[in-house]
Design a protein around this ligand. Structure first.
Ligand code: NDP
Ligand code: 2IT
Length: 444
C-alpha cells in the first residue's frame, strides 16, 4: 500500500467519529501524493505524515458558568495546538453548539497550511466550545468567556499560542477574553488578535478575511482575463466574513445579490445593502427577516437556497459543507465561472471535484480566506513593536499577501503538472514550507 494510503487508514482508525477531520486530511493527502511518492521511503522512515496529522497537543476542558437565572451551565471546550514548525500556534476560537473535538481538529489541520501560505511566521492551532452565544445576555457571554479563559490562559501566550475569533467569537468575546487573561497573568501582551482598536487591535483586522477573499478573487479573475466589476455574486452567511466580502465586492463594482443565516436567506436584486446588514447583524444581533422587513423589494426565503441563484461568482462564507454536490450542479447549470471559499471547507469533496471537472475556477479556503489570519499576524507585529500602522498600510499589506498567495498556489499547480488545480496548488505550497521547517528541526 502506498504511504499516503497507509496514513489515511491510520487517521481514520485512530480518530473515530471525526468525519470533518477525515475529510480535511483526505483532501490534503490526496493532493500531496505527487510530492510524497517522489521520495516515499524517506518520508515513511521519518513518519512525516503521521507527525503532520497528529496534533502536538490537544487540550480538553470543562467550562462552568452561571446564567442570568442563577443556574450553573457546563460546556465542553478545546484548544488543539497542531503544528508549530514555522511559528507559535495561531488560529481562531469557535463558539457554536456544533463544536466538538473533530471539528476543532479539522480547523486546526487546515490552519497549518493556510498559515504557511501567508508567508508569515505562524503555526497552526484552533479552539472553541459548544457554548452558543446566540440569545445570551452580555453578562452571560462575559461569565462564559471569563471562565473559559481561566483555564485556557495556562496554555497560551504571545510567543506560544495566539487565539483569535471565528464563528460566534467577535469583538465582544475577544474583549472579555483579553480582560480576563490580563487580570490573571498581569501581562499586557498580544496574546489574542482581533482586539479592539483602543487596546492593541489592528486597523482592518475586522474587514480582513472578507476583503482578502475578494482581493484574491479579483486577481484570479484578472489572470483569466475576466473583470470582477459588473459580475453578479452570491455570498452565503451574514457574519464577519460574509459582511466584509460583500462590502469589498460592491466597492469593486460587483453586484452581490444574496446572503444567509442559519434560518434563511435573502435575494436582493438591487444588491445587498451592507449598511442595513451591519445594523441587523453587528448592532441588533437580529435575524435576516429584518432585512426583508426593511427592504420590501428583497425576498426572504426560509432554509437553504443561495446556490440556486444564477450568478457569475459564488463566495461561500458561512460554515463547513454548506455547498454540496446538488449546489455545485446548480451553479454549473446556471453558468457560474468561479467558486472562491471564504469559510473553512464549505464545499464537500464531491462538490469540489464536480466544480473542477466542469471548468469552474475553484480556490480552497486555506488560500482564499487567509487574509484574516495574515492580518492577525500583522496585529502581532504591531503589538511587538508597540506601534499601530495606518489602515492604508495594513490594507496594502493584506492585498499584497492575497495576490502573492494566488500566484504561489498557481505556480505550484503548474510546477506539479496540475495547472489550474488550486486545491493541489494550495496544499502543496503550504506543505513544502512546513515540511522543510519540520525536517530542519529534527524528530520532535
Ligand atoms: P460569524 O459567526 O461571524 O458568522 C457565521 C455566519 O454563518 C452567520 O451568519 C451564521 O448564521 C451562518 N451560518 C449558517 N449556518 C451555520 C452553521 N451551521 N454553523 C455556523 N454558522 C452558520 O463567523 P465568521 O464570519 O467569522 O466565520 C464564517 C466562516 O469563515 C467559518 O467557516 C470560519 O471558520 C471562517 N473563517 C473566519 C475567519 C475570521 O477571521 N472570522 C477567518 C477565516 C475563515 P447564524 O448567525 O444564524 O448562526
Ligand atoms: O480560520 C481562520 O483563519 C480564523 N478564524 C482566523 C484566525 C486568526 O488567528 O486570525
Amino acid at each position: 500500500m502506498s504511504y499516503v494510503d497507509e496514513v489515511l487508514e491510520r487517521v481514520i482508525a485512530q480518530n473515530p467519529a471525526q468525519p470533518e477531520f477525515h475529510q480535511a486530511v483526505k483532501e490534503v493527502l490526496e493532493s500531496l501524493r505527487v510530492v510524497i511518492e517522489a521520495d516515499e521511503e524517506k518520508y515513511r522512515k521519518e513518519a512525516l505524515l503521521e507527525r503532520l496529522t497528529t496534533p502536538d497537543r490537544q487540550i480538553l476542558f470543562r467550562v462552568a458558568w452561571v446564567d442570568d437565572k442563577g443556574q450553573t451551565q457546563v460546556n465542553n471546550a478545546f484548544r488543539v495546538q497542531f503544528n508549530d514548525a514555522i511559528g507559535p500556534y495561531k488560529g481562531g476560537l469557535r463558539f457554536h453548539p456544533s463544536v466538538n473535538l473533530g471539528i476543532i481538529k479539522f480547523l486546526g489541520f487546515e490552519q497549518i497550511f493556510k498559515n504557511s501560505l501567508t508567508g508569515l511566521p505562524i503555526g497552526g492551532g484552533k479552539g472553541g466550545s459548544d457554548f452558543d452565544p446566540k440569545g445570551k445576555s452580555d453578562r452571560e457571554v462575559m461569565a462564559f468567556c471569563q471562565s473559559f479563559m481561566t483555564e485556557l490562559y495556562k496554555y497560551i501566550g504571545k510567543d506560544v499560542d495566539v487565539p483569535a475569533g471565528d464563528i460566534g467569537v467577535g469583538a465582544r468575546e475577544i474583549g472579555f477574553l483579553y480582560g480576563q487573561y490580563k487580570r490573571i497573568t498581569n501581562l499586557y501582551e498580544g496574546v489574542l488578535t482581533g482586539k479592539g482598536l483602543s487596546y492593541g487591535g489592528s486597523l482592518v483586522r475586522t474587514q480582513a478575511t472578507g476583503y482578502g477573499l475578494v482581493y484574491l478573487t479579483e486577481e484570479l479573475l484578472k489572470c483569466h482575463g475576466i473583470d470582477l466589476a459588473g459580475k453578479v455574486v452570491a455570498v452565503s452567511g451574514a457574519g464577519n466574513v460574509a459582511t466584509y466580502a460583500i462590502e469589498k465586492a460592491e466597492q469593486l463594482g460587483a453586484k452581490v445579490v444574496t446572503c444567509s443565516d442559519s434560518n434563511g436567506w435573502i435575494y436582493d436584486h438591487d444588491g445587498i445593502d451592507v449598511a442595513l446588514l451591519k445594523d441587523i447583524k453587528e448592532v441588533r444581533r437580529a435575524r435576516l427577516t429584518e432585512y426583508a422587513a426593511a427592504k420590501p423589494n428583497a425576498e426572504y426565503h426560509e432554509g437553504k437556497g443561495v446556490w440556486s441563484v444564477k450568478v457569475d461568482v459564488a463566495l461561500p462564507c458561512a460554515t463547513q459543507n454548506e455547498l454540496n454536490l446538488d449546489d455545485a450542479k446548480a451553479l454549473v447549470a446556471n453558468g457560474a465561472m468561479a467558486v472562491v471559499e471564504g469559510a473553512n471547507m464549505p464545499t464537500t469533496l464531491e462538490a469540489t471535484q464536480y466544480l473542477q471537472e466542469n471548468g469552474i475556477l475553484f480556490v480552497p479556503g486555506k488560500a482564499s480566506n487567509a487574509g484574516g489570519v495574515a492580518t492577525s499576524a500583522l496585529e502581532m507585529s504591531q503589538n511587538s513593536e508597540r506601534l499601530s500602522w495606518t489602515a492604508e498600510e495594513v490594507d496594502a499589506k493584506l492585498k499584497g499577501i492575497m495576490v502573492n498567495i494566488y500566484h504561489n498556489i498557481d505556480d505550484a499547480s503548474k510546477k506539479y503538472g496540475m495547472e489550474g488545480n488550486y486545491v493541489a496548488g494550495a496544499n502543496i505550497a503550504g506543505f513544502l514550507k512546513v515540511v522543510n521547517a519540520m525536517e530542519a528541526q529534527g524528530i520532535v
